[in-house]
Structures are given as C-alpha cells and as structure tokens.
Design a protein around this ligand. Structure first.
Ligand SMILES: Cc1ncc(COP(=O)(O)O)c(C=O)c1O
Length: 397
C-alpha cells in the first residue's frame, strides 16, 4: 500500500509527550510551540502494526503477557539476519521495556561506583545522566567536527581506554544527534582498542534501521566473534516503526555469563522481565510485515532532509546543516549567528516558537547547535523554517 506521510495527524488528543500543550508550555516556557524535539515520528504507523494491535485489543483481556514465544523470537532473529546480516540465537535475546533503562542497568551490572565510562559527545544525553546518577565517572571522547563532518578522535579514545578505571564504552550507532553512520573501519578500530584494554561495549543501535541511501550500517557484533562476545547490542523496533510508546526492546547478548548477569539485574533485581501486551504483537507485525512502510518512510525522511538542506542554504546562509547519514534527526549549527546558548534558546522558544532540542544538552561540542526531528509531514517542517526565518528577520530590524 502507498502511505500518505504528508497527512497531518492531530496528536494533541492522544497524550503525546511531544504535542501535549501544557507540557510544551512548561518545557519551552512559551505558548504556541510547534514541536520538533523528542525522537518519535508524526506519521501513521505501518498498517500491519495497526491491524495487529487492533486485533489484540479486540480480545478484551489485557493481563500479563509473555514474549518467549516462537513468533516473537523468530521475528527478531529473522530481522537481524535479513536487515543486519547477523545470525543470532533465540537465547541471546533479553527483553527490556526500553533501551535507556537497559543501559542504566548495564552500567549498574558491569561497573562499580567511581569507575569510568567513555561516551562520545555531543551524544544522546541519557548516557551521561545514567553514568552520573549511578555514581560512575563520565569520560568524554569528544567527536571532532570539521567541514560539517564528524569523526572520531582515536588517539584520545585510546588514552581514555587505557585508564585502568575505565570499564565500559557506550557507543551510539548510528549517532544521535550528529547523524553519523559509523563505517566498519571506524567501528573495528574502536572495538580493537576496547578488547586490548578490557572494556565492554554497550552498543546502542536503536536507530540502526534508519539509514539514508548511500550509507551502510554495520551492526557492531557482525565484525568479529570477539566483538560479539564483548558487547551488548541494544535493539528495538521502536524508532524503526514509530512505536516507542509500546516500550518493547531487546538487548542481544551472545556471551552467556554476561547475559546471565544482566538478566539477574533486569529480571531478578528489578522485576522488569514482563513485556507490554501490545508491544509483542506490534514487534511481530513490524518485523514480519513492516518493511514496505519502512522503505517508504525512509524515502520521505530523505526528501525532508533535502528540503531542509535547500531551505537552510537559501534562507539561512549563516546556518550549517550537518550532512545526515542516518536517523531522522537534523543537527544544525547556529554558531555563526553569534548568540550565546541562552540567547539562542530564547530566540527559538520565545521568538520563533519552535520546540527544538538544544545542542548544549548533548554535552561538550553541542554548544551553538540545535536538533530538529524531521520525521514529520513536510508542511510542518516548512512551518518550522518559516518561523525561524521570520524571527530572524524581526530580530535584525
Ligand atoms: C540513541 C538513543 N537511545 C535510546 C533512546 C530511547 O530508547 P527507549 O525509548 O527504548 O528507552 C533514544 C531515543 O531517542 C535514542 O536516540
């Protein structure tokens, strides 16, 4: 079927955190905010998922559910094989209600208070929050930024990896917010340094199905068996099919000892082993029948990025859009506008009235940037640009 992603769906009626009016007013300290912040899509879900959830809802009983059933496990196994060329065993799949809680519990399980964890800012902010709130130390291997492109500072990474207190590296692959899809060569270099220094890798691959044409995602564990046994691959259908509210993800852990330790934390110590009734059927429908939708949505997102790039070049010549390779998150550099973080924030929220995520939130290197979620109907993105352009005109008059 052909999906209509131009259709604007009113999400204000559905308790959407992105669109709830009171929440937005409080968060952005302004009214009439048009939201492009949190990472979910303003698009209708794949029809097979809608059908499966409706069918399940029609059963009229929503008691506790169980996911270790062949249809669920096979759906995950087949998706990993078909889309990511990774052959996994059903035993390796550990359910988690989300990737953020899983990362926090991986930190708790595989490091001790005071130990160090490497991250690559500017990066998804719950990484540093989870490290600090669990009383571990953040080690920043800041990404290098040159000519609108991000690369890894391997020398600095190796130095930090050699610190005997360093225990874990949290990889964001593809990278939120800078949009890099890491090459196999880059990943191999990181993985080798981690192996040499006895550092575990938590690979957050939640965006691994959202890859733009011309780029190839390498699932970290497919590089070698040694990498497979030294890592925790965090996967989910949530970003892929726009079902984040169903809280269904899978942490894939081939090494039995590590898997048992994590299962002990998530299930025995935190009681989080039971899945969401609708999450199960949505995952199965998405992985088994959602590819047609995914192909179409990726084409739409690509066109939105193209629109944004042209629009920024024409109408905001002092703003740089970092070339996106994956995710649906645009990363824009506003530094040349000579506003400090506070001014930029006030400008976006109070003058332009667009709800964006501020770059500084993602740690060092994020200052002067803003993140725009482009997974929305084109008309909303056009309105976002118009609001920013008009506010800038007003500012300069
Ligand atoms: C890199 C990354 N990891 C994790 C999450 C959230 O995962 P979950 O909703 O499964 O906790 C997001 C959401 O934006 C993300 O971008």
């Amino acid at each position: 079927m052909k999906y209509d992603f131009d259709r604007v769906i009113d999400r204000t009626r559905t308790n959407s955190i992105k669109w709830n009016k009171d929440f937005l007013e409080e968060k952005f300290e302004s009214d009439d905010i048009l939201p492009f912040w949190v990472a979910d899509m303003d698009f209708q879900c794949p029809q097979p998922i809608i059908d499966a959830v409706k069918k399940r809802a029609a059963e009229e009983i929503y008691g506790y559910a169980w996911h270790k059933i062949p249809t669920y496990l096979d759906a995950v196994i087949n998706w990993m094989k078909r889309k990511h060329d990774w052959k996994i065993d059903s035993d390796w799949i550990v359910f988690s209600p989300g990737i953020v809680p899983a990362i926090y519990m991986l930190i708790q399980t595989f490091s001790n208070r005071g130990e160090k964890i490497i991250i690559q800012p500017p990066v998804y902010q719950p990484f540093s929050e989870g490290i600090e709130n669990n009383r571990r130390q953040v080690l920043t291997n800041q990404l290098l930024y040159e000519n609108q492109k991000y690369t890894i500072d391997f020398e600095d990474f190796e130095e930090k990896a050699k610190d005997p207190l360093t225990k874990i590296f949290i990889l964001c692959s593809p990278h939120n917010p800078v949009g890099r899809v890491w090459t196999e060569k880059e990943l191999k270099k990181l993985g080798d340094i981690c192996l040499e220094n006895d550092i575990l890798i938590v690979s957050d691959e939640i965006h691994h199905d959202l890859i733009l044409p011309g780029y190839k995602h390498t699932l970290f564990s497919t590089i070698s068996e040694e990498f497979e046994n030294n890592s925790f691959i965090c996967t989910a259908p949530s970003k892929t099919f726009n079902i984040a509210g169903l809280q269904t993800s899978n942490i894939i852990i081939p090494d039995e000892r590590k898997r048992d330790a994590f299962t002990n934390t998530i299930a025995s110590r935190n009681g989080l082993e039971l899945p969401n009734v609708f999450g199960i059927v949505a995952l199965i429908a998405g992985y088994d029948k959602g590819e047609e939708w995914l192909d179409q949505v990726l084409r739409y997102i690509e066109a939105n990025f193209k629109f944004l790039k042209e629009s920024v070049n024409e109408r905001l010549p002092d703003v740089d859009l970092v070339d996106p390779e994956g995710t649906y998150l645009a990363w824009l550099n506003f530094s040349k506008l000579s506003m400090d973080n506070n001014e930029l924030r006030k400008f976006m929220f109070k003058k332009a009235k667009v709800g964006l995520y501020e770059g500084k939130m993602y740690g060092p290197g994020g200052e002067g940037f803003m993140r725009i979620n482009v997974a929305c109907p084109r008309s909303l993105l056009e309105e976002c640009m118009t609001r920013i352009v008009n506010a800038l005109k007003e500012k300069s008059t």
